[in-house]
Design a protein around this ligand. Sequence first.
Ligand code: ZN
Length: 200
Amino acid sequence: LVKDLDRYLPDGCVVAVLTLLAQLNIDLRISRPRVTKLGDYRPPLRHKRHRISVNSGLNKYSFFITLIHEIAHARVWDKYRNKVSPHGLEWKREYQILMTPYLEKDFFPENLKQVLTTHMLNPRAGHFSDPQLVKALSKYDSEQTLLEELPEGAIFAIRGGRVFRKGPLQRTRYKCQSTENKKWYLIHKLTPIQSIEARF
Ligand SMILES: [Zn+2]
């Protein structure tokens, strides 16, 4: 498991993570990518052990943050069972306690560390509801380019292969024109770009 888990995690944490999983009696499963969630936690009811699953296909930092989020649920269960709300104060506190040592050393790249430090002051149920964190994390998705990084007028494709020309920003979305049907669409500025035509 050490060798396996090491592939999914940032350098220098696998021993600490495995120790935590063993201490808390957690079974970890790495699941196929799910669109509805990055990970989940199940308490030890019928099974004697906590169960956590985390999606494969996440970058190392997203994987780590998701895993720590779920481990915090296990610690809350051990202390409070189901007497507290899933992402309430008790969970926030456990999540902060688990994450703090990693924010104090050079574990995360500087930019991500800053964004995550702010995020951890009041973490929410899904860290993907924090656009700053999404943006900081997306940098590690195999060098992904985001729509907002392209110049206006750029021709680009999104997942699924639809092709657009980038237009002006409207709040958090860019007006983009389909090169196929010439209609305009609003596409979120943090959308990852699949491929870009070199001429703008
Ligand atoms: Zn949760």
